[in-house]
Design a binder for this molecule. Structure first.
Ligand SMILES: Nc1ncnc2c1ncn2[C@@H]1O[C@H](COP(=O)(O)OP(=O)(O)OP(=O)(O)O)[C@@H](O)[C@H]1O
Length: 267
């Protein structure tokens, strides 16, 4: 068999072309995504921001092969989301932590590794490493119900990291956390991204979070869900929290806010 990697390297990591997705509901069709076009390159940190119902989660779910488009296409590493999923191209962090209550935190993180056939020593090593990354060392033997909501979410991030996938799809992972913890995890996530060169697609409702984290900010608006602006961030890759007080940062935040305002229906 030939090595597929050189072929894959020529494609954008994610490429949506003329993507439409309409849900048929009892109240009629819901246009969750309308004519969405987007290219994400390797190593991009892309945030999707927009009001509730603008299709952010749906877009992520299409990338992850959890929803099928009505028309148009999404390619992940140049192949269909289904092929990419089977090649374990991505880890997914959901809004709710989604941990199995009958497994310990370590057991939850180990699950994908067990399925992928990692040997026991490698499993233990990865669990230790990712727990350290999200500052949950020492909690390996606890059950999810013994952890706060924020800690559960960090455990869920650890599980997605353990997977070592090149693409991380993160659906509002920090939405439920208090601001100090969130700042800290934002910094950790940036450090992790810089170190690993992962491609990250990140859904958020927070303008400062989107601007702080991203190389590319995708502004969306609802009814129908569509992209209204794509902002390439001029900020350097290395970003201390204080960057949020700089004129450059505030200027991007202003542009995002304007984009959101334009697309907002106020109803
Ligand atoms: N399975 C489904 N069946 C019918 N309608 C759906 C389904 N999933 C999503 N929708 C609708 O599609 C639209 C987009 O939903 P989606 O969850 O993608 O929005 P979102 O931007 O992620 O919202 P939020 O910020 O609240 O998570 C909404 O109007 C939603 O009600």
């Amino acid at each position: 068999m030939t090595d597929p990697k050189p072929e894959i390297a020529r494609h954008p990591v994610i490429e949506a072309s003329g993507l439409n997705l309409t849900f048929d509901t009892n109240d009629g069709p819901v246009h969750a995504l309308r004519d969405v076009n987007l290219k994400v390159d390797k190593g991009d940190f892309v945030s999707f921001i927009g009001p509730s119902g603008c299709g952010k989660t749906t877009f992520l779910r299409v990338m992850a092969d959890l929803e099928q488009p009505t028309s148009g296409s999404v390619l992940v590493n140049g192949v269909t989301p289904e092929v990419a999923r089977k090649a374990r191209a991505y880890g997914y962090v959901f809004q709710a932590a989604g941990l199995y209550p009958w497994r310990t935190i370590g057991g939850n993180i180990r699950l994908p590794l067990e399925i992928m056939g990692y040997d026991k020593a490698a499993q233990a090593e990865r669990v230790r490493k990712v727990l350290e990354l999200v500052e949950l060392s020492g909690f390996e033997k606890k059950y999810p119900w013994q952890l706060s909501g924020g800690m559960q979410q960090r455990a869920s991030i650890a599980r997605a990291l353990a997977f070592e996938a090149d693409i991380l799809l993160m659906d509002e992972p920090f939405g439920a956390l208090d601001e100090i913890v969130r700042d800290h995890l934002n910094e950790q996530l940036l450090a992790l991204w810089a170190r690993t060169q992962k491609t990250i697609c990140f859904v958020t409702h927070s303008i400062p979070e989107a601007v702080f984290l991203s190389t590319k900010i995708v502004v969306m608006s609802p009814r129908p869900g569509r992209i209204t602006d794509v902002i390439e961030s001029p900020l350097p890759k290395e970003r201390p929290l204080e960057i949020r007080d700089t004129p450059e940062f505030l200027e991007i935040a202003h542009r995002v806010r304007e984009g959101l305002r334009e697309g907002h229906a106020y109803d």
